[in-house]
Design a protein around this ligand. Structure first.
Ligand SMILES: Cc1ncc(C[n+]2csc(CCOP(=O)(O)OP(=O)(O)O)c2C)c(N)n1
Ligand code: SF4
Length: 379
């Protein structure tokens, strides 16, 4: 098992690819009902899972991702998990560590290696990004005076990401990196692209909501989530894929009116449809805005299952055809959008508003691809 933390997930680097050595052969499970998790079978499967633990531990013990670097000065030992090992190396570029180091990259914990460093060293500093998982495992709940140091005793800040400076400070070294980021790569808040269709629908929604009040817009996850930030400040929630319509329904059930959901076309077919059906079933007064840009913009422009069939899906789920309204989100149609939103918000039933205009990034990419193909054919 690998442990994925924030910075690891957001890192990028050039990699060398090699030809595929072997692919798993298609094979049916030995036990034909092993994936039928009825309680009687689930209990059996859990026993099986437990019996695998020692095998996984043995793999971890043998793994080259869990390497022990010996050193003489045992006043301190360092357990560096995942990307924290890179931060440690930035402090010791030659890999000449003054203290024993256990690099952890594969889980479960390799028990004997961990035991060795803890027994050998007077104190043990745990460097791990995110939650202090390894530290908690080693420290024990009631052990306040442990020799284990890390996020829990304040040696390292309890929250926030690790970086080479924090590691240096914890090791009593001079903080030399200063983490000064050159202006050209300085942080800037994410923003909807200029010309993005979500901008136009938020402009219209904001104007409509002047009439209906604040805190009534439940959103989902996609590029449109950026509508939570200035200058729009249009949405009041984003919890997970599919939570917009369910939360709007809950709010409507609790008496919020109008109750509005904002969801993307792709997220809608991933996990919004069942919630819409629920609204239809109970004729809940919600207005669902499905901002249809014909793609999965946020994750790089993959195709969307909704493309070409969104109205049919909504009508098929039971939304009345006259309350499935398609709009073109462009500044010139601003007033029309405001009027349609107002009408549907006043309606005491389920309505779906579909602002439809392609994501300009995906559109640009497709145009480029077509151009290259045409040029190839012409050649
Ligand atoms: C459970 C889950 N799976 C996948 C993702 C990754 N993800 C983030 S946004 C998104 C979909 C975005 O597409 P859409 O709703 O059409 O909005 P757009 O970005 O195009 O505006 C996905 C799949 C996630 N956040 N959660
Ligand atoms: S990638 Fe597409 S959907 Fe996302 S902000 Fe840009 S134009 Fe809008």
């Amino acid at each position: 098992m690998m442990r994925i933390t924030t910075r690891l997930s957001h890192s990028r680097a050039g990699i060398e690819t090699r030809p595929l050595k072997q692919e798993n052969k298609l094979k049916y499970p030995e036990d034909p009902i092993q994936f039928v998790l009825l309680p009687s079978n689930a209990r059996k499967r859990y026993k099986g899972l437990l019996s695998l633990q020692s095998l996984m531990e043995q793999e971890s013990e043998r793994s080259s991702f869990n390497t022990y670097y010996p050193a003489r000065n045992k006043s301190l030992g360092i357990i560096a998990c995942g990307i924290a090992f890179n931060y440690l190396m930035e402090n010791y570029p030659e890999r000449k560590f003054p203290h024993p180091v256990l690099q952890l990259g594969q889980y479960p914990l390799p028990f004997s290696k961990v035991e060795k460093i803890v027994n050998e060293c007077e104190q043990v500093l745990i460097l791990e990004d995110g939650y202090p998982l390894v530290e908690e495992m080693l420290k024990g709940y009631l052990d306040k005076n442990s020799k284990i140091k890390g996020r829990l005793d304040g040696t390292i800040p309890r929250d926030g990401e690790l970086n080479p400076d924090i590691v240096a400070k914890a090791l009593g070294k001079e903080v030399k990196f200063g983490m000064k980021v050159p202006d050209i790569v300085a942080n800037r808040p994410p923003e909807l692209c200029a010309g993005c269709s979500h901008r136009d629908i938020y402009n219209a929604l904001n104007e409509t909501m002047k009439e209906f009040g604040k805190q009534k817009v439940f959103s989902d996850i996609g590029c449109y989530t950026l509508g939570a930030l200035p200058p729009w400040n249009s949405i009041n929630s984003c919890v997970d894929m599919g939570a917009s319509i369910t939360m709007a329904k809950g709010a409507a059930d609790a008496g919020v009116h109008p109750s509005i959901a904002v969801i993307g076309d792709s997220t809608f077919t991933h996990s919004g449809m069942t919630a819409l059906l629920d609204c239809v079933y109970e004729n809940t007064p919600v207005t669902v805005i499905i901002s249809d840009n014909g793609t999965t913009g946020m994750t790089g422009g993959q195709a969307s299952h909704a493309t070409g069939r969104l109205e049919e899906i909504c009508i098929g789920l039971g939304v009345k055809p006259e309350h499935v309204r398609v709009l073109t989100p462009l500044p010139k149609y601003h007033d029309e959008m405001v009027n349609v939103l107002r009408e549907e918000m006043l309606y005491e039933g389920v309505s779906v508003v579909i602002p439809r205009r392609e994501c300009i990034q995906t559109l640009g990419r497709i145009k480029k691809e077509v151009k290259v193909k045409v040029e190839e054919v012409v050649k």
